[in-house]
Design a protein around this ligand. Structure first.
Ligand code: 5AD
Ligand code: SF4
Length: 423
């Protein structure tokens, strides 16, 4: 979501005749687009702001947008008095106000709904992978999560508008569409005039009709919103990639209950089984939180067991961090840092092992991959497989200018694959 927000902000500033630079000392405006999901990310923002403040031109404007802006609000100006603007994730379209009145301090952390999507200019040229937000906010209220506070209640964008964005992306260079939302598979839009309710499966069906679009995916999914119509898409729609991020967070039923994630492990496993029968080559990725308040050794072992059972690939794991405005921050039995760190190391090492073994199982296979461009050395091209693995190809390969190419995997390690283009 932040990548997308960043692209829209860049497009907006280009309309105001700004150009992008990666040199802070040359910039006329510096914007930190921020994430508040974990404490570490929030702390980083304020230390980065300190660095920007010292490096920037004296008259350059600087500020923060996104979830940390919403979380910190006016206190951000107390912490960094010469900050020029603080704009929440639903009000960054107000940025031009600071260009008109650079002497003022601009604070807007309102949850204005989906207004920003209408107000911001579209990108003229789409990147090969177009991120299209379809819903924002979340109604799930997991007890550890700040998102319902920073991004507000769940809102789905009108079906027609999303398709309009998708078609525009397809006509201006997109090959892959990635639908985005904090709870993307909860997408639900009712067109009152037609008396029809549209779901994510409808968006996938319509998008798959666009010739230029070859790959479709979506992230991030809530397990119990994985409805049969959506599971069926994996059976019937070959453009939908066989890879799904569906966070379980914990393998312990007790912890899930205290996280306010009211699904049973059996239900989660049933959903995975249904997905596998719809698309036998599907792979699942998850997010995990270790060290949630009250998590026992046995709870943690159950998380290790579920990872083993599902054989997740490409997953993320985090140490629980207490966030403001969340119920879990007030729970007793907060887990000591040292235990969180120990559990995280153990889970990470197992997830890496799973990733390595999946990567190795790909050797000898040919997969259609999307080119992301050259690596830093300029000697290789970086591709993405349908499972979002990175695959490195010698840039001298024939046909390397093709954005989508069939690549035979020749080697693998934990982090990436190597391959060669086949015709
Ligand atoms: N502490 C640690 N991890 C968190 N996440 C969300 N809130 C917290 C928190 N308070 C993780 C979840 C979520 C991902 C985006 O961030 O795993 O899926
Ligand atoms: Fe946060 Fe995701 Fe839970 Fe929503 S479903 S509250 S975004 S962790």
């Amino acid at each position: 979501m932040n990548v997308y927000d960043g692209q829209r902000i860049a497009a907006m500033l280009e309309k105001h005749d700004f150009e992008q630079t990666d040199k802070i000392e040359e910039a006329d405006i510096i914007i930190l687009n921020t994430c508040a999901v974990r404490e570490k990310a929030t702390n980083k923002v304020f230390s980065a702001l300190g660095r920007v403040r010292r490096a920037k031109k004296p008259d350059a404007l600087f500020g923060i947008v996104g979830c940390v802006a919403r979380e910190a609000g006016a206190t951000a100006f107390q912490r960094i008095p010469d900050l020029n603007f603080v704009l929440g994730p639903q009000s960054y379209h107000k940025l031009p106000e600071i260009l008109k009145n650079p002497e003022t301090k601009l604070l807007n952390i309102d949850l204005t709904g989906l207004e920003k999507f209408d107000e911001l200019p579209r990108m003229e040229k789409s990147p090969a992978v177009a991120y299209i937000p379809i819903q924002e906010g979340c109604n799930h209220c997991c007890t550890y999560c700040i998102v319902p506070y920073t991004r507000g209640r769940e809102l789905s964008r009108p079906f027609k508008e999303v398709l309009h964005d998708t078609k525009h992306a397809a006509n201006t260079g997109a090959i892959e569409i990635c639908f985005l939302g904090q709870n993307v598979n909860g997408y639900k839009y009712t067109d009152e005039a037609k008396g029809k309710t549209y779901r994510l499966s409808d968006l996938i069906k319509e998008t798959a009709k666009l010739n230029n679009i070859k790959r479709i995916r979506f992230t991030s999914s809530y397990p119990t919103e994985m409805t049969d119509d959506l599971i069926d898409m994996f059976r019937t729609e070959p453009k939908l990639l066989p890879f799904l991020n569906m966070p379980i967070q914990s393998g312990s039923q007790n912890v899930l209950t205290r996280m306010n994630r009211p699904y049973t492990l059996n239900l989660y496993i049933d959903i995975v089984d249904k997905l596998k029968s719809a698309r036998p080559d599907i792979q699942i990725s998850s997010d995990f939180i270790v060290g949630f308040p009250g998590e026992t050794d046995s709870d943690f072992e159950q998380t290790m067991e579920i990872a083993k059972r599902i054989k997740y690939i490409n997953s993320y794991s985090f140490k629980y961090s207490p966030r403001p405005h969340t119920a879990a921050a007030l729970m007793k039995d907060q887990i000591p840092e040292s235990i969180k760190a120990e559990r995280l190391a153990k889970l990470d090492s197992y997830l890496n092992e799973l990733q390595r073994s999946f990567n190795e199982s790909c050797i000898g296979k040919t997969m259609e991959c999307l080119c992301e461009g050259p690596d830093k050395t300029g000697k290789h091209l970086v591709y993405r497989t349908p499972y979002m693995q990175q695959c490195i190809v010698n840039a001298t390969s024939p046909n390397c200018e093709k954005q989508l190419a069939n690549i035979r995997i020749t080697a693998a390690n934990k982090a990436s694959l190597r391959g060669e283009i086949v015709d």
